[in-house]
Design a protein around this ligand. Structure first.
Ligand code: XMP
Length: 509
């Protein structure tokens, strides 16, 4: 394994992804993880990430000093490059100007780290401070016009540092640098492959669960589907899957997901609670109240199902589809991650004394998808856009009525279907329709119409934290608009949302 110490970089996940893509397990830890804890994990190498701080500031992050005595190779990137120099006796100063963007690196010394690189390489920088004197026993290995020590290494130990970012694609040969570090320098075993991850996870789940029983809540999303399938392969009938139909799901969602799981012979409990949800939401227009009602009702339904339908089983575990970024981001206090998951992270385990089990807790989203493919799940289920817990309730502005739900479901289905047909769907991070509860005048045939407006939203994003509106070709937009107005009764006007996040959010409520 490669340990990545995170000094607050927005790129820490990218570093982990690069290493994993090369077939080596990589895990991110806080920068102040103790040397003894790292030693216990016995990693092949350590990477210090970049970060927004300046080593010149008082109280800026430092790793445990003893880390340099472990005899484990270290690669410092950007802030990591500066912190290593500073802690080992070099000098870091404010640079004359910020270096930001692409630069040409002159490779002076083809050290182990730069094997196979040319004398000039395009790399990507983003830093204000820079190393102006190396620690004793270190030598420069590369420079740029503005940065004398753009890379350095220890003459006696396996310590390497680079001021630029090899993890971003603007650094042309970034992957080669990682490859050299993890294989030529760290001699890390190449054992991170999704099929071995699957085998190992199923084996471990079997061992841990033994003869006990497990519940998994299926939401229709990728994560719970893959987590559930892994568990099903591990313990078969000891797994009980609960899929709550809130009445707020997309067209055919319940039918399709249920059919898939039944085909795999899951013990599946589809709970039709749509009437209960819609009753409780009657007359409610405030977005936060909608969310709260849905969250509480969900728990109520789940509890009821456990106490009644599942009471004969000795259930000990409650499975969740938490993935790696969820865990790391919550550990680092990102409100966003905890907000997104709060709907599904039911408080059930505490109440019932269940132990939590998270079969895909170490995986990134695209690893989850690859695993899903390996487990035989259909591609279109695995590559779907994210869908929020409160479902269509937050895509009908204002009051939710069965009528409005029907209209939205039909229009949303047309939108997604046409995007898929035009091969636009896979280029988009998230696309959906939103019902605006305003009626406007139109004309159809010879008759005047007075019907709702529909907004179409499609965004490009990496993680939902920020987003840009997706540039759907005009002809396609026009086609989608006319199919919706022609086919979906209740809509006579279609709008396309061209707002970024921020200032808008992706969802409407
Ligand atoms: P916003 O609207 O905050 O959405 O820009 C960002 C991403 O989060 C999803 N989202 C949710 N997901 N429960 C969820 O599971 C929620 O309550 C929730 N609210 C927003 C949204 O679909 C988008 O992908």
């Amino acid at each position: 394994m490669i340990v990545i110490l995170n000094f607050g970089s927005q790129f820490a996940h990218l570093i982990a992804r690069r290493v994993r893509d090369l077939g080596v397990r990589a895990e991110i830890f806080p920068f102040d993880t103790s040397a003894s804890k790292i030693k216990e994990m016995n990693p092949s190498g350590i990477i210090f990430s970049g970060g927004p701080s300046s080593v010149l500031e008082k109280g800026s992050p430092r790793p445990d000093k003893k880390i340099f005595d472990l005899g484990i190779p270290i690669l410092g990137i950007c802030y990591g490059h500066q912190v290593m120099a500073r802690m080992l006796g070099g000098k870091v100063e404010k640079g004359e100007h910020r270096e930001f963007g692409k630069e040409i690196l002159s490779v002076r010394q083809h050290s182990n780290l730069f094997k196979g690189l040319s004398a000039k390489e395009q790399v990507w920088f983003s830093h204000g401070d820079q190393v102006n004197r190396l620690p004793k026993g270190f030598m420069a290995t590369a420079s740029t016009v503005g940065c004398k020590y753009a890379a350095y290494k220890s003459k006696s130990a396996d310590f390497y540092a680079i001021q630029f970012h090899p993890e971003v694609t603007h650094t042309k040969n970034g992957t080669k640098i990682f490859e050299s570090f993890i294989f030529s320098i760290c001699h890390a075993p190449k054992d991170w492959k999704i099929d071995s991850v699957a085998e190992k996870t199923i084996f471990e789940l079997k061992n841990e669960i033994g003869k006990s029983h497990v519940i998994v809540g299926i939401s229709g999303g990728v994560d719970s589907l893959v987590a559930g399938t892994l568990l099903h392969k591990a313990v078969g009938k000891q797994l009980h899957a609960v899929f709550v139909d809130t009445g707020l799901l997309r067209k055919d969602e319940v039918k399709n997901v249920a059919a898939l799981l039944r085909k795999q012979k899951f013990d599946l409990h589809v709970i039709d609670a749509s009437k209960l949800f819609l009753n409780k939401l009657k007359g409610v227009t405030d977005p936060e109240r909608k969310r709260k009602i849905i969250g509480h009702t969900f728990i109520e339904v789940f509890e009821h199902t456990i106490k009644n339908k599942l009471k004969k089983y000795p259930i000990k575990y409650f499975a969740q589809g938490t993935i790696y970024p969820d865990r790391i981001e919550s550990a680092e206090g990102s409100k966003h991650a905890s907000k997104i998951k709060s709907h599904h992270n039911l408080t059930l385990p505490e109440k019932f004394g269940f132990k939590i089990i998270e079969p895909i807790r170490d995986l990134y989203k695209d690893e989850v998808r690859r695993l899903g493919e390996l487990l035989g799940l259909p591609k279109d289920m695995l590559w779907r856009h994210p869908f929020p817990g409160p479902g269509l309730a937050i895509r009908i502005v204002g009051e939710i009525t069965p009528d409005r739900l029907h209209i939205l479901r039909e229009a949303d289905a047309v939108f997604l279907e046409e995007l898929k047909k035009a091969k636009e769907y896979e280029k988009i991070w998230q696309a959906f329709a939103v019902l605006l509860p305003l009626k406007t005048v139109g004309v159809m045939g010879d008759a005047r119409t007075y019907e709702y407006m529909l907004a179409l939203r499609a965004v490009d994003s990496v993680d939902g934290m920020s987003a840009d509106w997706h540039k759907i070709p005009n002809e396609l937009l026009e086609k989608i608009s006319s199919i919706i107005v022609g086919r979906v009764k209740g809509i006579n006007r279609v709008l396309y949302d061209v707002t970024q996040k921020p200032p808008a959010t992706i969802e409407y409520e």
